[in-house]
Design a protein around this ligand. Structure first.
Ligand code: XIL
Length: 367
């Protein structure tokens, strides 16, 4: 079992440990997190100091070159997810070799700052780099490259990573399984089962996730994902957790996020709120005051934190923000927003905490 770098007195839940834990549910040790110290009580403590679960943020090596960014990240968060540099589009070079410079640097940064690393993603319909595209149609060769890739990447970070998104975004908006170069060459569900099995062999202690978005706004899509999880488990996929990205607008109906988290948690597996942001974007002209939008944002963030905290302790994998400061968010880049009007995450452009920060801190706080 791995020691959890973000919480030295805590061990990372492997699938085996998880199954044992299911049998022992109800016997969680409430003393594992010390009671708040003076700094916590006076409000000057950071999010990572006060949160009862790992709090994550997506990062890139480019942003880590900014000292203000690095300091804020290390002070407030106890987990990172590489935003881009652990995806196949980055790691697989055109000639079929792999580049691990950036992912290695992120793993080293995390170790230096006692943070966990969550890897994303071993498979994704969106990325088929030239090294794989070239093999399209040659099923044996495509499969050999796939096996080599998943084993090499999961194996390289064995023992250094708390969990992996093994399958990302498998269900489309109508609830059908997506098709891609991967599914055409490897089989729609077979490639998912195989990816889970390969990742488990390469890193037996990593919690292996299936991860998707719009779980709160599209109940039919959520139901389709849950049926997929059932089928994959029946076929022998060692699924260890479910990730709900939670990219939501400020107008998400209250209750949707909580309902999605509760529903997904019904498998008894750990839940990762894996990419939280709450966007100001709306379809219509929006004349509401900034303060009003910030308050709506904080309410939805609080609902998310409360829903995660309402789960049994063993099912709370982490809550991850998709961006550190508003200026770092993917929603600030084309095609979403070129004018700096969106403010989706915990810290404003200057790095000051927003109402959403307090909401998350209170929601995840150890009592
Ligand atoms: C996005 C990153 O934020 C971008 O920087 C990158 O160019 C593309 O990917 N769902 C996911 C994430 O699973 O991996 C995506 O991240 C955002 C949507």
């Amino acid at each position: 079992m791995m020691q959890d770098p973000a919480f030295p007195n805590r061990e990372i839940t492997s699938r085996r440990a998880f199954l044992g834990a299911v049998l022992a549910l109800g016997s969680c040790d409430a003393t594992r997190f010390p009671s708040p110290d003076l700094e916590v009580q006076t409000g000057s403590a950071s999010l990572r100091d006060t949160a009862a679960v790992p709090v994550g943020c997506c990062v890139s090596t480019a942003r880590l070159r900014d000292t203000a960014y690095r300091d804020l990240l290390a002070r407030q968060f106890s987990q990172i997810t590489p935003e881009w540099e652990m995806k196949v589009g980055y790691i697989a070079r055109d000639d079929g070799s792999f580049r691990f410079d950036a992912p290695d640097a992120l793993v080293a940064f995390a170790a230096e700052h006692r943070m966990r690393v969550h890897g994303t993603t071993l498979t994704w319909y969106k990325h088929t780099p030239p090294a794989f595209q070239r093999l399209d149609g040659d099923r044996p060769a495509f499969r050999a490259a796939f096996v080599r890739y998943v084993s090499a990447v999961a194996g390289r970070y064995r023992g250094k990573i708390s969990g992996w998104d093994v399958v990302n975004e498998p269900v489309d908006d109508d609830g059908a399984l997506r098709t891609s170069t991967w599914t055409r060459n490897l089989g729609a569900e077979d490639h998912m089962v195989e990816a889970f099995q390969l990742a488990h062999e390469a890193d037996p202690d990593a919690v292996l996730f299936i991860n998707d978005y719009d779980m709160e706004s599209k109940p039919a899509k959520r139901a389709a994902l849950m049926r997929l999880v059932e089928r994959l488990i029946a076929k022998g996929a060692p699924i260890g957790g479910i990730g709900t990205q939670t990219h939501v607008p400020i107008d998400e109906a209250p209750g949707d996020i909580g309902a999605a988290i509760r529903d997904l948690a019904s498998f008894g597996l750990p839940i990762h709120v894996s990419e939280l942001d709450v966007s100001f974007r709306g379809a219509r002209l929006d004349l509401r005051m900034r303060e009003q939008k910030l308050a709506l944002q904080a309410d939805l963030a609080r609902e998310t934190a409360d829903a995660l905290m309402a789960l049994p302790e063993r099912q709370r994998y982490a809550l991850t923000m998709w961006g550190l400061r508003d200026q770092d968010s993917w929603l600030r880049s084309p095609p979403f927003d070129q004018f700096g009007v969106d403010h989706p995450v915990l810290f404003d452009d200057a790095g000051a905490p927003k109402p959403m920060y307090d909401a998350i801190k209170l929601g995840l706080g150890r009592s």
